[in-house]
Design a protein around this ligand. Structure first.
Ligand code: NAD
Length: 268
């Protein structure tokens, strides 16, 4: 891959595992300096930062912060501005599940998932847009004033029994992303989402780690393989680069066809 993001500064939330980790690595490979936000596990995050900076000769900083807390998000962006000078790309990736049958779901389970998956994306996107507006466009590195990539899910449109808080959070991400995209397009700020299908990460390990579970999962995937974090990372690099300069307000489904109603594969 060419260094399409040379000189740009990217922040990836929830970047010490799974999809976020793969995106942080690809950002470095594409030439961007990168802030690796993480919630826990200092050693793992610092090791990843070291590997990225060594492999790709970019700056990589691990920064611990809970994206659902305003003060921690503010402090993270302040550090990024102090150490890297600016921000060009935000990848809103941090997310979690707290599954329960709807009538057994606690308010805490509801609030935690909405707080991280939706409010966390709001807090980071708001801070990124404030920074983009202060900085202005730097034509040498990008045609856009800034780029935001939200990691949503196929569950922004597919209802999900037993995971109502999660599906509601991702449905919220969809309308937040599109409304913000509409509001800031005239500034040349691009805001898009990637909607992963089933990707092999810790969040859903019980859906793929045994042969039986994998077989059941494949009934939902027309392309008949699980997605890998790198499938999402490559799409994120495209959405962050000028290759997608005319793309904003879009939900890009990277899902092996999960949205193709596989139950109707044989005619229904
Ligand atoms: P993951 O559990 O490996 O990654 C989620 C990361 O977010 C973790 O590193 C976690 O520590 C971090 N995080 C959680 N709460 C946080 C907080 N308050 N502040 C900062 N970081 C926090 O799982 P993943 O699959 O890589 O998930 C990444 C994103 O992809 C999530 O938004 C998830 O909803 C989305 N997604 C995943 C799949 C999939 O199949 N794996 C499918 C659709 C969408």
């Amino acid at each position: 891959m060419t260094r399409k993001l040379e000189g740009q500064k990217a922040l990836v939330t929830g970047a010490s595992s799974g999809i976020g980790k793969a995106i942080a690595i690809e950002m470095g490979r594409a030439g961007a300096d990168v802030v690796i936000n993480y919630l826990s596990g200092d050693d793992k995050a610092n090791q990843l930062a070291g590997e990225i900076s060594q492999s790709f000769q970019v700056k990589a900083i691990a920064h611990k912060a809970d994206v659902s807390r305003d003060s921690e998000v503010q402090a993270m962006f302040e550090r990024m501005r102090a150490e890297l000078g600016r921000i060009d790309i935000l990848v809103n990736n941090a997310g979690l599940q707290k599954d329960a049958a709807f009538d057994e779901m606690t308010l805490e389970q509801w609030n935690t998932v909405i707080g991280v998956n939706l409010t966390g994306q709001f807090l980071c996107a708001r801070e990124a847009i404030r920074s983009f507006k202060r900085q202005g466009i730097l034509e040498q590195i990008s045609r856009a004033m800034g780029k935001i990539v939200c990691i949503s899910s196929v569950h922004e449109v597919i209802p999900w029994a037993g995971h109502v808080n999660y599906a509601a959070s991702k449905g919220g991400v969809m309308m937040m992303m599109k409304s913000v995209a509409q509001e800031v397009a005239h500034l040349r700020i691009r805001v898009n989402s990637i909607c992963p299908g089933a990707i092999r990460t810790p969040i859903n390990h019980e859906a793929w780690e045994t042969a039986g579970a994998y077989e059941t999962l494949m009934k939902l995937v027309p392309y008949k393989r699980i997605g890998e974090p790198e499938d999402i990372a490559r799409a994120a690099i495209w959405l962050a680069s000028d290759d997608s300069d005319y793309v904003t307000g879009v939900s890009l489904f990277v899902d092996g066809g999960m949205l193709l109603y596989p139950g109707f594969e044989s005619g229904g």
